[in-house]
Write a protein that binds this ligand. Sequence first.
Ligand SMILES: Cc1cc2nc3c(=O)[nH]c(=O)nc-3n(C[C@H](O)[C@H](O)[C@H](O)COP(=O)(O)OP(=O)(O)OC[C@H]3O[C@@H](n4cnc5c(N)ncnc54)[C@H](O)[C@@H]3O)c2cc1C
Length: 396
Amino acid sequence: MEQLPEQVRDRITQLLEEHPPDLVSDVEFWGAQFDLGLAWVHFPEGKGGLGLEPGLQAEIDRVLEEAGAPSDNRIRNILGWGMGAPVLIAHGTPEQQDRWLRKIFTCEEIWCQLFSEPDAGSDVAALATRAVRDGDEWVVNGQKVWTTLAHEAKWGMLIARTDPDVPKHKGITYFIIDMRQPGVEVKPLRQITGEAEFNEVYFNDARVPDSNRIGAVGDGWRVAIATLMNERVAIGTGTVGPRGSGAIEAAVEAWKAKERNDPAVRDELMSLWVEAEVLRLTNLRARELARAGTPGPEGSTAKIHWAELNKRIYSFAVNLLGGEGMLYPEGYEFRVPDRAGLGRRSTQMSFLRSRANSIEGGTTEILKNVLGERVLGLPGEPRVDKDLPWREIPRG
Ligand SMILES: Cc1cc2nc3c(=O)[nH]c(=O)nc-3n(C[C@H](O)[C@H](O)[C@H](O)COP(=O)(O)OP(=O)(O)OC[C@H]3O[C@@H](n4cnc5c(N)ncnc54)[C@H](O)[C@@H]3O)c2cc1C
């Protein structure tokens, strides 16, 4: 607490005195936290922040958590928090920021991300969902897929094709669409874990007012890139916990329970532990450097390492469990969770869920391309359809 600036310390004291966490609802507490600028301290005043260094937020969160404040809003509204909020700060109008930011933070409105389509995943700019202008509104038709938490969401970050006659990256526009309207159908998709965190989403003459457009018509790709860069930061660095927590904790527990004698296994555990700690410290540093708005490719580095290490750690842990590793404590009945991919589960379930880590938020192969081209300056991949009008690109 001492290292925080005086105005922040005063506001923390005021928040806890006027809204004692054990006496008020989570929504009331989070609303007051937002109003005092302690939600995202690096955001501007009046928008949940105080325009201060982003690195201060971790200490604010720590102090509040120690005082018993609720803190699972970040996980509950992972897409609104990790992507919606920074994108609104970078590209939204003041009215749009006032309309949405507070309710993202309080979890009164959950958000989802409507990018991927059956024929547009890694190459998301190939998307075919159409938005056609009709007066002050746009009419949306098409299909999205793998939409995490669409079943919970009030708002969706949608990219849609508004001009099929220009090259694919140029004819895209970005909207925030109301998911609870006729014309939006959400169907669960069951994952390897048995759960359906994500969904198919069908738009059938769904409507979105032009005032919900983020950025200019045809400039949606730029806003989409900001969203994806923030997604990688949110996934890669968003879950930095205390030393020894997260995936590596499960591995250490499995080792304590099953295997303490084999020095080769202990060596393997130690090297995983060291890698996990290096990643944790690197992520802490990256978080300190984070700017409000559009992060750089450092988010992609964190995301690759987090995904690949998670998979290795859970493989190690499940191997240690031996025959027990084949049991499934959660049971395999169909479930639709209210949060995505985070939080403590059995090692077996985490092992299965971790397979998605190198796919969600951009595959490891695609992120390596990002790093190769944008950080190392290597020659770009051949992109033969880059300058063709979208309408003329052959599709499956
Ligand atoms: C758990 C989970 C949650 C998700 N949530 C969302 C969500 O909320 N919203 C959303 O919009 N999407 C979501 N996605 C979708 C995710 O973004 C896509 O699955 C991902 O971008 C890959 O697209 P794809 O599945 O179409 O695979 P494809 O793009 O078809 O890729 C197939 C394989 O080819 C490789 N590949 C493709 N192109 C290249 C290339 N140029 N160079 C090298 N290799 C290449 C890929 O790495 C991959 O291994 C989610 C996915 C998962 C697994």
